[in-house]
Design a protein around this ligand. Structure first.
Ligand code: DGJ
Length: 738
């Protein structure tokens, strides 16, 4: 791995055998972008890549020189207002009203490893030689403001992690109205723009469109990364698929408002920008002030989307997620939400836990409704003390009773919210985000606490820490159930109101940080009405997240499939729930529900007491199966095989590190009559090994990958003796062992 700087040509080359990233100091001192892609050999001079020509009607930087226009030049972190008319990476409003800046190269450093980002989640490294970081210092002399651009290259990985920091060393009061984490000018726009969009209960559906001249973007302005769009996009060459073709992945390690934008100019170059959404953002950068952007991660793949995803999975699983649970197979849990909603007693909970324990479940999670006056969603949020009517012995006794059954105990919180009908709100009505003299909007009957205020975060921390230290709590589900409106803080002056939403997220991170440090044994699962904040920022604190409130197996195929483009299986919270399903009223086989949920952290969200003896036996074998294979499923290499966005079939698989064990999940939504014979080509196997399929027939790894695994069943003709009848919403998990 090397980070070269060629003094003569003022060229940087970051390369590790997997990727190359080239930048060069431009004639005006700004940084120019030359290349991001598959590794190329180093050389002193890449000046030919600058491609500067005189073009008619161009605005040019220097008098008398018609060839140097920033508009026609690929830039690294474009400024505003000076010969480039595209969207900038940075915008600084100055006391005289100007937004024009001119950041000029001053110096750079190369360090081994990767420094943390103060107060922000970020990827990290553990051992010597894992990563190297280049920091380029640029300065706007007039404003005496420094810009530090950081680039971390991970050994052998086609990954570059980037961020920017601004420091005001001058005497002017500046306002930062845009500070993107990443800007990348690509020389052409021959890509498809792929993003993952949706809404509550249909998160991360894959959307593909051809890049066109103009701006295409996805964003959140809701105060959380949102169900609607995910802070992750891909650019893929037309024709690129799971195994072939060039794909670039861009992911933002952040949980608040974001913008992921591609601007294609009329010369067909493409500018990618990713970072905090400039919409509504205005950060006062006073003399001495510092602003650090969140981190953005770029992945390059010339082996299609599959390799891009596996690169993200490896990095996010082991160098973004942290803590004692990072590398451990996740406990199989039962959650009482869909079993009881708000309607439970302590004994009812124990009876659910008891049945689950009998079947092999390891963790019981008590969801919403255990605290304050919380008997419905109208009251109680903010009062993190057990309701004595429901839980006379408090959380402590309930946790002891659960532990006595031989299970671990987990608890739900929604730390950022408050109901009007709560002791917390009555004591501190000014602690909510609200605009003076205006109506405050509600979402799920709740208001948003002003997490930009340290005293608010402290108060919630104290309440939560008390419970976690008094009771035996091994798991926390951290929920967040509404978007943020009236983002105005009573604690900030008028010229800092544009900081509220970012400060809010920093407050969320601070609380996560304190709790995870003080309770390192606790497994945190993030949640936001399902997948409303399923992003890399939270993965840093909570190694798994509830992927969606939609627990229907068929709906989950699309949600989980879409999620895997950026996030590892170990991060995807997935449960088996009751039928008819509570979100879509669909009745799917119990086996299919488990076959989908097991490609995730796996658990149950129903009262097992309500199942038949036969179903309970099925549950026991599902749990035994998951215990046997969860390590491979959650930490193996994941391959997508058939897309639910393209047909009636979905298939995906995981392969163990030694490639001796593989599991293939195969799913058919609607049954067929007299249908075709079917096979699915597998991936990631060892072509030289033979694999026993479901303990029976042996097939070569080469055959399984080149010809495919036969998945034909009775949907293709007459049913064989002992063959199960094909049905709607059918599935099968094939177990392959070398
Ligand atoms: C939304 C979550 O996504 C659900 O799983 C559940 O915890 C409810 N909130 C509880 O209010």
């Amino acid at each position: 791995m090397s980070i070269y700087y060629h003094e003569n040509t003022k060229t940087f080359h970051l390369t590790n055998g997997a990727v190359s990233y080239l930048m060069k100091v431009l004639p005006n001192g700004a940084l120019g972008q030359l290349y991001f892609g598959q590794a190329i050999r180093d050389r002193e001079d890449f000046d030919h890549l600058l491609e500067m020509r005189c073009r008619p009607m161009s605005s040019c930087v220097f008098e008398g020189c018609g060839s140097f226009s920033l508009e026609h030049c690929k830039q690294e972190y474009p400024s505003c207002g000076s010969t480039d008319f595209r969207h900038p990476a940075v915008e600084l409003r100055q006391p005289n009203g100007s937004r024009i800046t001119d950041f000029v190269y001053r110096s750079h450093t190369v360090t081994s490893g990767k420094p943390p980002l103060e107060g922000l989640p970020a990827t990290y490294c553990e051992a010597d030689g894992e990563a190297e970081t280049l920091t380029v210092h640029l300065e706007d002399e007039l404003l005496q403001t420094s810009l530090y651009l950081s680039y971390t290259l991970f050994a052998g990985q086609p990954v570059l992690a980037r961020s920017a920091r601004l420091e005001n060393h001058g005497g002017l009061e500046l306002h930062l109205t845009a500070a993107m984490s990443l800007s990348l000018d690509l020389p052409d726009s021959g890509y498809e723009f792929v993003h993952f969009s949706g809404a509550w209960s249909r998160e991360r559906h894959m959307k593909v469109r051809r890049l066109e001249q103009g701006i295409q973007s996805v964003e959140s302005a809701r105060g959380h990364s949102s169900h609607n769009h995910n802070p992750f996009i891909m650019l893929r060459r037309p024709g690129a698929d799971e195994e072939r073709g060039e794909v670039l992945g861009f992911s933002l390690v952040y949980s608040g408002n974001f913008l992921a934008q591609v601007e294609v100019d009329t010369w067909d170059t493409a500018r990618v920008t990713l970072g905090i959404n400039p919409f509504g953002f205005d950060w006062k950068l006073s003399p001495g002030g510092v602003f650090q952007t969140p981190e953005a991660v770029m992945v390059y793949s010339c082996q299609g989307m599959g390799e891009m995803s596996r690169t993200f999975h490896r990095l996010y699983r082991s160098r973004l997620a942290r803590g004692q649970w990072r590398d451990r197979p996740r406990p199989i849990l039962i959650n009482n939400w869909e079993a009881t909603y708000f309607n439970f007693t302590e004994d009812k909970l124990i009876s659910i836990a008891q049945a689950a324990r009998e079947d092999g479940v390891e963790l019981f999670v008590l969801d919403d409704g255990w605290f304050g006056a919380r008997c419905s969603d109208l009251a109680g949020l903010g009062d993190w003390v057990a309701n004595p009517d429901r839980l006379p012995g408090g959380i402590t006794r309930l946790a002891e009773r659960i532990e006595a059954l031989g299970m671990k105990f987990g608890l739900w919180f929604e730390p950022e919210m408050v109901n009007k009908d709560s002791d917390l709100y009555r004591a501190h009505p000014d602690w909510i985000l609200h605009t003076p003299d205006r109506r405050t909007s509600f979402g799920r009957n709740q208001l948003v606490l002003d997490f930009s205020r340290p005293e608010v975060v402290d108060c919630i921390y104290n309440m939560m820490a008390r419970i976690l230290s008094e009771a035996k709590v091994s798991y926390v589900k951290w929920d967040m159930n509404r978007s943020i409106t009236e983002a105005y803080s009573a604690a900030l002056p008028p010229d800092q109101q544009g900081e509220v939403l970012h400060r809010y997220i920093l407050g969320v991170y601070r609380l996560y940080d304190r709790l995870t440090k003080r309770f390192p044994h606790v497994l945190f699962e993030s949640c936001a009405s399902g997948g409303g904040r399923f992003d890399p920022g939270l993965l840093y604190y909570a190694p798994q997240g509830w992927a969606s409130d939609n627990s229907d197996a068929v709906e989950r195929l699309k949600i989980q499939y879409g999620t895997t483009f950026c996030y590892p299986v170990s991060a995807i919270g997935a449960h088996v729930s009751a039928v008819p399903n509570h979100q879509v009223n669909r009745v799917t086989p119990l086996s299919t529900r488990a076959d989908v949920a097991c490609f995730g952290t796996f658990g149950y969200e129903l009262d097992l007491n309500r199942l038949t003896a036969e179903e309970r036996a099925q549950v026991r074998s599902q749990i035994a199966f998951m215990k046997e294979y969860r390590e491979v499923i959650q930490f193996g290499d994941f391959y997508r095989l058939l897309s639910p966005f393209e047909s009636n079939f979905t298939a995906w698989m995981v392969v163990s590190k030694d490639r001796r064990t593989a599991l293939v999940g195969w799913y058919r939504v609607l049954n067929e009559v007299n249908g075709p014979y079917r096979r699915v080509k597998l991936r990631g196997l060892d072509p030289a090994l033979d694999y026993a399929v479901d303990g029976g027939v042996r097939r070569g790894g080469d055959e399984l990958m080149r010809l495919g695994l036969l998945t034909t069943d009775s949907a293709a003709g007459e049913r064989q003796p002992d063959e199960p009848a094909a049905c709607d919403f059918d599935s099968h998990i094939f177990v392959l062992k070398a």
